[in-house]
Design a protein around this ligand. Structure first.
Ligand code: FO1
Length: 311
């Protein structure tokens, strides 16, 4: 019997588990829904960093050092733009630019972000479905000590340094989930929160229209993988944000973000002693290696999740 899985993903961490799942599930059994709150316009081009990270990872083209962007990249166009006086703090490579040009062109022709993502995915040889969380415009805004910052300004330009006070999702309430997302919510046996930042990558997905309510009433099993291991974020600013929000970074506090939205919480072996505290929140706890370095690590974690869903 096949198990249909809906995976919610942000950038690098989410893409790793999505890859593991894609190696185990047939295309009709996996939909990866991706955060687009980080999307931004650079040099007139629509950039969807998390969609691209997932697409490049699933097609085997991602830069292994950074996790985002393409391998074997050059930056000639960016150098030219710098010479012309453009603001070039966001590292867009020559090959990567082709993706953004295609996306921008197709959007200008009236295609939806879902249609563009499908076309780009197929061109990259990806058989599994990757869908944006919404075709509407939602933008993650980080309120900081130096004022509100658009996500990439906060993340890349300011290297997450300004102290954050809150996060909001401009356009989230008015947005509608993409058709692929709605269909996956209605037909999947399980929903997986990949180990992505709960505040910056998963929260925007939950803030789209009535998604949070839909997830609350999701009939299948909902499983979250903690992006915090041993009190540290595997990548990015999750632990720093938790501290700034007055929370001691731990997998328990990530689990608290998912109360009512998650049935099973997966933590790393090093956090085994926190299992009881998470169980007290009303979730079943699975303990395994969650640190995905090699492709085998990604597949092993994917298998663990599929086995759990299959019971
Ligand atoms: N992240 C950086 O830290 N610096 C960059 O210059 C940068 C460029 C970039 C270009 C294309 C792309 O798809 C992603 C890029 N990222 C960069 C990653 C991106 O900012 C973040 O990984 C996500 O938005 C957070 O998940």
């Amino acid at each position: 019997m096949s198990t249909k899985i809906l995976a919610l993903a942000g950038g690098v961490g989410g893409a790793k588990l999505a890859l593991g799942l894609s190696k185990l599930l047939s295309p009709e059994d996996l939909t990866v829904v991706v955060n687009t709150g980080d999307d931004e316009e650079f040099h007139g081009l629509h950039v969807s960093p998390d969609l691209d990270t997932v697409m490049y990872t699933l097609s085997g083209l991602a830069n292994p050092e950074t996790g985002w962007g393409l391998q074997g990249e050059t930056f000639n166009a960016l150098e030219r733009l710098t010479a012309y006086g453009a603001d070039t703090w966001f590292g867009l490579g020559d090959k990567d630019l082709a993706t953004h040009i295609m996306r921008t062109m197709m959007l200008a022709q009236g295609k939806s972000l879902s249609e563009v993502t499908l076309a780009l995915s197929r061109a990259l040889g990806i058989a599994h479905e990757i869908a944006p969380m919404t075709d509407d415009r939602v933008r993650t805004i980080v309120e900081t000590e130096i004022g509100p910052l658009a996500f990439q300004d906060y993340f890349v330009k300011h290297r997450c340094e300004p102290k954050a006070t809150s996060i909001s999702f401009d356009g989230g309430a008015q947005a509608e989930p993409s058709a692929g997302f709605v269909q996956a919510l209605e037909t999947s046996d399980a929903m997986v929160y990949c180990p992505s930042n709960p505040y910056l990558s998963v929260a925007p997905i939950l803030e789209v229209g009535d998604v949070r309510e839909k997830v609350r009433h999701f009939p299948g099993i909902r499983i979250a993988v903690s992006p915090i291991v041993g009190g540290q974020a595997l990548k990015g600013p999750a632990a720093k944000l938790m501290q700034e929000f007055g929370i001691e970074p731990s997998c328990v506090d990530v689990a608290k973000q998912y109360v009512g939205l998650c049935d099973c919480f997966v933590i790393d072996e090093v956090d085994r002693n926190q299992a009881k505290e998470i169980e007290a929140l009303g979730m079943r706890v699975e303990v395994c290696n969650t640190v995905m370095v090699t492709e085998d690590d990604k597949i092993d974690l994917g298998r663990r999740i599929i086995d759990f869903v299959a019971g």
